[in-house]
Design a protein around this ligand. Structure first.
Ligand code: MIC
Ligand code: SF4
Length: 643
């Protein structure tokens, strides 16, 4: 039987388990990446493992999230990451060099290799034919130490693209269409593979826009074949020797096939507050726009910004609109500067930001009260922009630029003849902002510099025979990690300070949560379906752990967060009967009488709601390996015990 692209790459990296859908597999990881907001924790965890030198082929640490530096915290963390990486064999991409996923695609990504990153948008690498997963920092630390990365063998979904994108319709509209079809939970447990005749019409940056935002489907990852287009991109990056051809066998078998005819696609937008609340720009109508932000790891490539520059050229941003633009990398920024496009952008009145995540993670540029903000980003969760009642729409660079000029939601097709930008034959290459690690024999000479913002992270003890706890929160469906552990300019600088962060846990849902946890001592959180979607931040598990949360009981989970809970030593449980969700209320006292024994034997876990005097059956969402992990108090303890 033929294999899909993902099956081929899994087979060539399989270290443990069998490729049977739904079962646990351990993969060899060739490359890792971290960003600064999750990186400090990942390197603190790596240090506790006591390994001198990373064992991957290439590991890179990027500084791109916490670049606002309103106090000493970020700069201290950058210094910590720079020194710890230099000591242990990891490349360091300095602040200003760009967003991790964009730079990794340009300078390091290699078709056919595996990559895990402590950021949920790591599947961007699928645009160049990598098998790339977002993961918690602890998983990345273990992979840097040469350990396997474990996932549940996913199902295979094929998206067949046919036809051709019509003028003014863009790669962003393709992934928005996929989100409309599949929803934010439609990709859970699946790898999304793109194929069909139209694949060859899409450049690598366009493919990367699509695989990037596959994270919003909840998919394990997304991947394109590596073909002649990939070879040309790598050649233009001076890395043709990294190219290999990767394609699915003609008789590969998929669990699901979805067809999208690009000829029929229109400019689309994801409406507030979910990436799958998709409507056509036409349908939304000419609503007034207050802000437009262009950039992020989804849409900040050279091609994207050249299109934007061409649209803005000779025009002025509408008086009621603030337009900000953050190029994805120094390479992109520099090329715009060299060919004059930057001048067209500046002349239009756009506000130029540094090459970083910026507004995408609420680091500045929060919109006005109830403001309508059009963004080329990938997430529009409530409050993520920093303005609680802000209304964020996710759009293509073309729709964003067109609307910035008119001051209202504008279908770019009304602009007349479409702009056409060619892929450059050669990108400007200067890796002077990537610092290689010191040679191994010099490691001893590097002092790791730690600032006062770095506090020890919470450790979990081995599981007790029974757990008594209080229901400290009950939430509904689609809770994001932005709800659990918000980001933004005020809080993000404290990613290495769990005690401080704990004051903001679940702030968006319930301001009393941290205090209630402290009073209860030991807590359980009740969730709906797709609990923990979004960011890979393990802080969304470590902070609840610090606050005494012992278990989460939900209808279903998003993949990365569920793994992060297990890694931290918190038990992720699912209702055996979904309707039992109604049987627990905030404040109810809960007892797990035999949890240790039940988990050890792989049985269902029964809890008693003491307040209501009812027994409820639940099952642990854990593989055998994770079960052992939770029993010994999380991944770090497990790794110490099992090597
Ligand atoms: C995000 O887009 O939400 C982030 C910020 O990049 C996160 C990582 C983090 O929380 O630091 C992600 O996507 O994993
Ligand atoms: Fe950065 Fe936004 Fe991409 Fe996350 S989604 S990595 S915050 S640009």
């Amino acid at each position: 039987m033929g294999k899909t692209i993902a099956e081929k790459l899994i087979a060539s990296h399989l270290r443990s388990g069998e490729m049977v859908k739904g079962s646990d597999i351990g993969l060899k990881i060739d490359q890792t990446l971290t960003q600064d907001a999750t990186g400090t924790m990942a390197y603190l965890e790596f240090e506790t493992m006591g390994i001198d030198r990373v064992k991957t082929e290439r590991s890179v640490a990027y500084i791109d999230h916490n670049t606002l530096q309103t106090g000493f915290e970020n700069a201290d963390d950058h210094r910590y990451i720079q020194t710890v990486t230099s000591k242990h064999g990891i490349y360091f991409s300095r602040p200003g060099n760009g967003i991790c996923h964009q730079v990794h695609l340009e300078r390091f990504g290699i078709p056919g290799k595996t990559l895990i990153g402590s950021d949920s948008h790591t599947p961007t690498g699928g645009g160049i034919g990598m098998l790339a997963f977002g993961a918690g920092g602890m998983d990345v630390a273990v992979a840097m130490g040469g350990g396997e990365y474990h996932i549940t063998m996913p199902k295979m979904t094929r998206i067949n693209l046919k036809g051709q994108l019509q003028p003014w319709v863009s790669a962003k509209d393709i992934i928005l269409k996929v989100l409309e079809i599949m929803s934010v939970k439609g990709g859970v447990g699946k790898i999304i593979e793109y194929g069909g005749e139209a694949v060859k019409t899409l450049t690598v940056p366009e493919r990367a826009t699509i695989t990037n935002m596959g994270a919003e489907l909840g998919a394990s990852t997304s991947i394109f074949p590596s073909d002649e287009i990939t070879r040309e991109f790598l050649k233009a990056q001076g890395r043709e020797e990294d190219w290999v051809e990767i394609k699915a066998d003609d008789d590969a078998v998929y669990d699901e096939i979805i067809e999208i005819d690009l000829n029929e696609l229109k400019p689309l937008a994801a409406c507030p507050h979910s990436p799958d609340a998709v409507k056509s720009v036409e349908e939304i109508g000419e609503i007034k726009v207050d802000q437009v932000c262009i950039g992020s790891c989804t849409n900040s490539s050279y091609m994207d910004l050249m299109k934007v520059a061409a649209i803005l050229k000779g025009k002025t941003v509408a008086p009621g609109v603030s337009l900000s633009i953050a190029p994805g990398s120094k390479q992109v920024f520099n090329m715009l500067a060299k060919n004059g496009a930057l001048s067209d952008i500046i002349d239009s009145g756009a506000r130029i930001l540094e090459c970083a995540c910026g507004p995408c993670i609420g680091m500045g540029q929060s919109p006005n009260s109830a403001g309508v903000s059009l963004r080329t980003f990938n997430r529009n969760f409530e409050g993520r922009s920093g303005t609680a009642d802000g209304k964020v729409y996710l759009v293509s660079p073309e729709t964003a630029a067109a609307s910035a000029l008119t001051g209202k939601f504008t279908d770019p097709r009304t602009l007349g003849e479409a702009v056409k930008i060619d892929m450059p034959e050669k990108f400007v290459i200067n890796d002077n902002m990537i610092v290689p690690p010191v040679a191994e024999y010099l490691s001893e000479t590097v002092d790791v510099l730690r600032g006062p913002n770095i506090k020890p992270f919470p450790k979990c003890d081995a599981m007790n025979d029974s757990i008594e706890c209080e229901t400290v929160l009950k939430v509904g469906d689609n809770i994001t990690t932005d709800h659990i552990m918000p980001a933004g300019a005020k809080i993000l600088p404290y990613r290495s300070n769990i005690p401080y962060l704990s004051n903001f846990c679940f702030e968006v849902c319930d301001k009393e949560f941290p205090e209630r946890c402290k009073k209860a001592g030991s807590g359980i959180v009740i969730g709906g379906s797709n609990y923990g979607q979004g960011s890979s931040r393990e802080h969304a598990a470590l902070v609840p752990l610090y606050l005494g949360v012992k278990a989460v009981l939900a209808k279903s989970y998003a993949r990365i967060h569920c793994a992060n809970l297990a890694n931290a030593g918190i038990v992720p449980l699912e209702f055996v009967k979904e309707s039992d969700y109604e049987l627990i209320e905030l404040g109810d006292k809960i007892v797990f009488e035999n949890i240790k024994e039940e988990l050890t034997k792989g049985l269902d876990v029964t809890l008693t709601n003491i307040t209501k005097n009812i027994k409820i059956a639940t099952k642990a969402v854990l593989t055998d390996r994770q079960r052992e992990m939770v029993l010994c108090g999380g991944l770090l303890n497990y790794t110490k015990l099992n090597g």
